[in-house]
Ligand binder design. Structure first.
Ligand SMILES: NC(=O)c1ccc[n+]([C@@H]2O[C@H](COP(=O)([O-])OP(=O)(O)OC[C@H]3O[C@@H](n4cnc5c(N)ncnc54)[C@H](OP(=O)(O)O)[C@@H]3O)[C@@H](O)[C@H]2O)c1
Length: 334
C-alpha cells in the first residue's frame, strides 16, 4: 500500500460510483481537514464529470477501472449498490489502494471474507463504512456502558422503518441489486446491538417478504444465557422512527434523533436525567469521523481500524446470512 509521505500528508480520495450516498460523503470529505477529493469514477463519463464539477474533484473517469488505476490516489471509497462491492473492492485492492466500502461490505459473509483476506494478503487497508461506529456520541455511549455508568447492561433495542412503498424497480426491492430491508437498514440495528452486547448465542427471526422476494420487514430477538437480550427491527415499507435504547440495571441511554447519527444522548442514571450534546454540530452530515478514522489508520500504517474490525463486519454478515436463510431470501448467484 502506498504510504502517505509524512504523518500529516493529505489523503487523496477517489470515489467509485456517483449516486446518493457518494454525494453525501463527498460533502463531508471536502470539509474534513487532511483529506482531498482527487477523483471520481462512474459508469458513464458525463455522470462522473458532473459529480466532479459539483464537488471540485480535479479528475473524473467514465469507468471504475481507470479510477482505481489512478496512481495519485491513496484511498477508494466504494459507494455503489452492494452486489458490485466484492468485485470493485478486489479490483481496488489489486491496484494497491486502501478501500472504504459502503455497508454492507458484500452481499454475504463469504464474499466479505474474500475481500478482507485479499486486503490482508496485499497489506492494504480495508474497512466497512459503518459510520455509526465512528460517531462520537455512539462511542461515548459505549464508553458509558463499559464504565458501568448505567449499571449492568440488560437490554438493547433498535429499530428503523424507512416507509418506502413497494416499487419493484427500486433498488431496495430489487433482488438483483441487493434489495431487502436487512442489508440496507437492518444492518444498523444489528450492528448497534452487536457493539453493546457482542455475538448473540441465540437468535429468533421473523419477517415478511415483498412480492419480489426481498425481505420487507424483519424482527430479531437475541438472548444471552445471563438474561440479557436485544430486540432489533427494520422495515422498508413501514415508516417508523429510527430509535434505540440501551438499558442497564441503574438507568438507560437514549440516542436522540436518528440513533445511528444522534443529535444528543439522553442519559438516565438513578432517576436523574442528563443530556450530552453532539460535538459534530447540526450542519455536519456525520461522515467526517469515518473519513478521519481512515486517514488516521493510513498515516499510522494500519491495515484495519480498531473501531470497525473486519472480524465484526464478517460476523455481522454471518448473522444476516442466517436471518435471510430463515426468511428464504437468496440473491442471484448465491
Ligand atoms: N452510509 C450511509 O449512510 C448509506 C446511506 C445510503 C446508502 N448506503 C449504501 O450505499 C450504497 C449505494 O446506495 P445509494 O443510496 O447511494 O444508491 P444510489 O443512489 O441508487 O446509487 C447507486 C450507485 O451504484 C452504482 N451502480 C453500479 N452498478 C449499478 C447497477 N447495476 N445498478 C444500480 N446502480 C449501480 C451507481 O453508479 P454510477 O454512478 O457509476 O452509475 C450509483 O453510483 C448501498 O450499498 C447502500 O447500502 C449507505
Amino acid at each position: 500500500m502506498p504510504e502517505p509521505e509524512t504523518e500529516d500528508a493529505e489523503i487523496r480520495w477517489g470515489i467509485l460510483g456517483a449516486g446518493g450516498i457518494a454525494g453525501k460523503f463527498a460533502t463531508d470529505l471536502i470539509r474534513t481537514p487532511g483529506n482531498a477529493l482527487a477523483a471520481v469514477g462512474a459508469r458513464q463519463g458525463e455522470r462522473a464529470a458532473g459529480f466532479a464539477a459539483r464537488f471540485g474533484a480535479p479528475r473524473s473517469y467514465g469507468n471504475y477501472r481507470q479510477l482505481v488505476d489512478d496512481p495519485d490516489l491513496d484511498a477508494i471509497y466504494i459507494a455503489t449498490t452492494h452486489p458490485g462491492h466484492r468485485e470493485q473492492a478486489l479490483m481496488a485492492i489489486e491496484a494497491d489502494k486502501a478501500v472504504l466500502i459502503e455497508k454492507p461490505v458484500c452481499l454475504n459473509a463469504a464474499d466479505a471474507r474474500e475481500v478482507f483476506a485479499a486486503a490482508a494478503a496485499a497489506r492494504v487497508f480495508a474497512m466497512e463504512a459503518m459510520w455509526m461506529r465512528t460517531n462520537p456520541l455512539i462511542r461515548k455511549a459505549q464508553e458509558l456502558v463499559a464504565g458501568s455508568a448505567i449499571g449492568e447492561l440488560v437490554s438493547v433495542r433498535a429499530e428503523m422503518g424507512l416507509g418506502l412503498p413497494f416499487d419493484a424497480t427500486h433498488r431496495l426491492y430489487d433482488l438483483a441489486n441487493g434489495g431487502g430491508a436487512l442489508l440496507d437498514l437492518g444492518i444498523y440495528p444489528v450492528t448497534f446491538g452487536w457493539i453493546f452486547l457482542g455475538p448473540p448465542p441465540s437468535v429468533s427471526v421473523t419477517g415478511s417478504l415483498a412480492p419480489t422476494g426481498c425481505d420487507a420487514t424483519v424482527a430479531m430477538q437475541w438472548s444471552y444465557p445471563d438474561g440479557r437480550d436485544a430486540q432489533l427491527w427494520c422495515s422498508a415499507p413501514v415508516k417508523a422512527p429510527y430509535r434505540a435504547l440501551v438499558v442497564g440495571t441503574e438507568g438507560w441511554i437514549r440516542p436522540e434523533g436518528r440513533f445511528y447519527r444522534p443529535t444528543a444522548l439522553t442519559v438516565m442514571i438513578g432517576g436523574l436525567e442528563s443530556r450530552i450534546d453532539d460535538p459534530l454540530g447540526s450542519d455536519a452530515g456525520g461522515y467526517g469521523p469515518e473519513i478521519a478514522e481512515v486517514a488516521r489508520c493510513l498515516r499510522a500504517g494500519l491495515t484495519e481500524s480498531p473501531l470497525i474490525p473486519a472480524a465484526d463486519t464478517i460476523a455481522i454478515l454471518e448473522l444476516l446470512d442466517r436471518a435471510r436463510a430463515e426468511l428464504g431470501v437468496r440473491y442471484p448467484g448465491e
